[in-house]
Design a protein around this ligand. Structure first.
Ligand code: IMP
Ligand code: MG
Length: 172
C-alpha cells in the first residue's frame, strides 16, 4: 500500500542548513581535529554532506544503535551494535544524529561516550522533534525543528524505506 508523502523540508533548505551547521562547527573546531561519530543508519546522508563542507582535519566513524524495531515508537531499549574503531579518550567528539525524538537513544549513547573520557562531546542533529522529548538533551548544532509528524528522506526511513529521498518528507 503506497503511502502519501508530502515535502516538509526541500533539499534546497537542507543544503542551506548543512552549510550553516558546517560553518558553526568550523568556527568551534578548526584546530581540534574532531572525531565525528555518526549514528547509523539515519545519519549517513547528512554526515556525507556535512563533512564535505568542513575544511579542516577531522575523522569520521559510525556506530549502529537500535531502539525502534520496525514500528514508529521508541521503546527506550537501546542496543549498541558494531564497534567504534576510533580511540575516543582525549578526543573532541561530535555525535551526528538524524533526528532527536524522545531523546532516549541519543542520551543513552552520549552517556556511553562520556564514559570513554573524551576531551569534549557535542551533539549535532539534523532534525529535532521537541514535542516528544522524554529526557533533557542539549543539541549543540541543530538543523531543523520539526513538528510531531513521522518524517522520512535524506537518510531517514520508515521500515527501511525512503532513505533515498532528497527532501525531508512526512507521511500522511
Ligand atoms: P528517540 O530515541 O526517540 O530520540 O529516537 C531516535 C531515533 O528514532 C532517531 O535517530 C531515528 O532513527 C528514529 N526516529 C525518530 N523520529 C523519527 C521520524 O519521524 N522518522 C523516522 N525515524 C525517526
Ligand atoms: Mg537514528
Amino acid at each position: 500500500m503506497p503511502k502519501l508523502l508530502k515535502v516538509l523540508i526541500s533539499h534546497v533548505e537542507i543544503d542551506k542548513a548543512v552549510e550553516r551547521l558546517a560553518s558553526e562547527i568550523t568556527r568551534d573546531y578548526r584546530r581540534k581535529n574532531p572525531l565525528l561519530i555518526g549514528i547509523l543508519k539515519g545519519s549517513f546522508v547528512f554526515m556525507a554532506d556535512l563533512v564535505r563542507r568542513l575544511d579542516m582535519p577531522l575523522e569520521v566513524d559510525f556506530i549502529r544503535l537500535s531502539s525502534y524495531g520496525s514500528g514508529t515508537e521508541s521503546c527506550g531499549k537501546i542496543r549498541i551494535s558494531g564497534k567504534l574503531n576510533s580511540q575516543v579518550e582525549g578526543r573532541h567528539v561530535i555525535v551526528v544524529e538524524d533526528i532527536i525524538d524522545t531523546g532516549l537513544t541519543t542520551s543513552y549513547y552520549l552517556r556511553y561516550i562520556r564514559g570513554r573520557k573524551p576531551a569534549s562531546v557535542a551533539l549535532c542533529a539534523l532534525a529535532d522533534k521537541p514535542s516528544r522529548r522524554k529526557t533533557h538533551i542539549k543539541i549543540d548544532y541543530r538543523g531543523f525543528k520539526v513538528p510531531d509528524k513521522f518524517i522520512v528522506g535524506y537518510g531517514i526511513d520508515f521500515n527501511e524505506r525512503y532513505r533515498n529521498l532528497p527532501d525531508i518528507c512526512y507521511i500522511e
